[in-house]
Design a binder for this molecule. Structure first.
Ligand SMILES: Nc1nc2c(ncn2[C@@H]2O[C@H](COP(=O)(O)OP(=O)(O)OP(=O)(O)O)[C@@H](O)[C@H]2O)c(=O)[nH]1
Ligand SMILES: [Mg+2]
Length: 475
């Protein structure tokens, strides 16, 4: 009998059942306290779910390294173009000011080359041929004066306010050898940006500042006024760039604008039109130096398919010499992979910050330092032998690698043989200097090229994600 009675009565039910003699007040209190307990329990459940979600969410960290002008920021822009296309497209218009400055810089480089050649700058002696060009082109040069003025305006607009770093970072440099064997050179400012998003807010600030100061051409309200100046000067710019004698001066001064960063003079009609809006290719070609370190975080958009929702942190550092040791090391922690860019087209160039150092040699030394760094022993290293398009043009124009890299010897002076040889050299350093054996990933790249870079970026993504997953399993 007893056991039957026990089966009929739920002991919990007995405890939870409201007391039979409960007053209305006690009932209200009981219900309130039950609701509170339920709310607390739901909160705890939500927190647990969020934590589970966070643990499931993939966060990958990629560091871009390489000397200045190697293509790090361009590679970052390729990631943005491919994985956050909407945001990339929306931001394209903001690059117009940078492109305007790139154009203005090219024009100034040409004018400076002419002036330097005729001895307006000391000490070179006047060169008769160039002097006659300067005479012939005098009215044209005078008409281009607004372009020079545009330069300082755009610099004021693009360089962050209250910037404590000197803005006169080394940039394009011309040198002139005069008849007496003396060489003179001067450095021009190169505009830089601290961080990827920094310059955007700078543009907004500049716009507001200028609005407060009236509306003549140089207290421009917006980018459009600068565009108007370029538009008005387009025929003169085209005449200058198209002049055979001017080209001759540039050739003699060894100014190869086309191979340099931010070159737009072959697209003058389009880029100086009033309604000009930068294309994807323009944004990739534009040059804006990075100073310091910028971390770009993004989640791949739904269009990225199976990788949508993965959080990427790509760290882009300034590559000029003064920044290398100071800025890079603190970012070595927690990195899944490094993309190291070596601009192999630069085998016949020197660093703009130290004109005694060959750029290829500098890249090799940096690569050695990265490979041998113990903090990076377990990090995947992906090497981009970059600027292959420029390398190809250079080799075809007859510039020989063997003149600068003597060990290259009698090998063929073509793109395939040169990249194969350099891959071997970089691979040997990787093998010899890595603290632990690791796989060597290498790509011959032209990161400004959208068609070929898409596939390479996808391969990098796979390498990084695979490594990230294997590391997570080990934890
Ligand atoms: N033709 C060509 N131009 C390239 C290539 N890669 C980069 N560039 C251009 O070279 C210039 C320098 O590239 P950036 O990406 O700014 O170089 P960076 O490594 O970020 O340089 P810092 O910010 O000074 O460290 C830009 O104008 C790019 O468009 C390439 O493969 N081919
Ligand atoms: Mg950069």
């Amino acid at each position: 009998m007893m056991s039957r009675h026990h089966q009929d009565v739920d002991p919990l039910d007995a405890v939870l059942r409201p007391p039979p003699d409960e007053t209305n007040e006690q009932r209200a209190l009981r219900i309130a306290s039950e609701e509170h307990a339920k709310a607390v329990s739901e909160e705890i459940d939500a927190a647990i779910r969020a934590e589970q979600q966070r643990r499931k969410k993939r966060v990958v960290k990629l560091l871009l390294l390489g000397q200045s002008e190697s293509g790090k920021s361009t590679t970052l822009r390729q990631f943005q173009r491919i994985y956050t296309p909407t945001a990339f497209r929306e931001e394209r218009v903001l690059w117009r000011a940078v492109i305007q400055l790139n154009i203005v810089r090219s024009i100034r480089t040409i004018l400076d080359a002419i002036y330097l050649a005729i001895g307006s700058y000391s000490p070179p002696a006047p060169h008769l041929l160039t002097q006659s060009i300067a005479q012939a082109q005098k009215p044209l040069i005078a008409r281009l004066q607004p372009i020079r003025e545009l330069e300082s305006f755009l610099i004021a607009k693009l360089v962050p306010p209250n910037e404590d770093e000197p803005t006169s970072l080394t940039g394009a440099e011309l040198s002139s050898s005069s008849g007496d064997g003396q060489t003179s050179s001067w450095r021009s400012q190169e505009v830089f940006v601290r961080g990827v998003t920094g310059w955007r807010s700078v543009l907004d600030n500049a716009r507001l500042n200028q609005q407060a100061h009236g509306s003549n051409v140089y207290s421009v309200e917006s980018v459009d006024e600068c565009q108007q100046v370029l538009y008005r000067c387009r025929a003169d710019i085209a005449a200058l760039w198209g002049d055979a004698k001017v080209r001759d001066v540039l050739k003699r001064k060894k100014v190869r604008l086309e191979e340099g960063p931010g070159f737009f003079l072959n697209d003058l009609r389009r880029v100086t039109s009033l309604k000009y809006s930068p294309s994807d290719d323009d944004v990739l070609k534009a040059r804006l130096k990075t100073v310091g370190v910028s971390e770009y975080k993004f989640e791949m958009e739904v269009a990225a398919g199976r990788d949508a929702g993965t959080e990427w942190r790509i760290i882009d550092v300034g590559g000029s010499r003064s920044q290398v040791s100071r800025a890079w090391v603190p970012f070595f922690e927690d990195v899944d992979a490094i993309v190291f860019l070596a601009p192999i087209s630069a085998f016949d160039q020197v660093l703009s910050e130290d004109r005694t150092v060959n750029r290829l040699e500098d890249s090799v030394l940096l690569w050695k330092a990265v490979c041998s760094n113990k903090l990076l022993a377990n990090v995947e290293l992906v090497l981009f032998l970059n600027k292959c398009d420029i390398l190809d043009t250079k080799l075809k124009s007859g510039i020989r690698l063997a003149k600068y890299v003597r060990t290259y010897g009698e090998r063929e002076n073509d793109l395939e043989s040169v990249t194969k040889y350099l891959k071997g050299k970089f691979s040997a350093i990787h093998r010899e200097y890595s603290p632990n054996p690791r796989k060597f990933y290498v790509f011959a790249t032209s990161v400004t090229d959208t068609t070929t870079t898409g596939g390479i970026i996808a391969s990098v993504r796979d390498i990084v994600v695979r490594r990230h997953l294997s590391q997570s399993k080990l934890l």
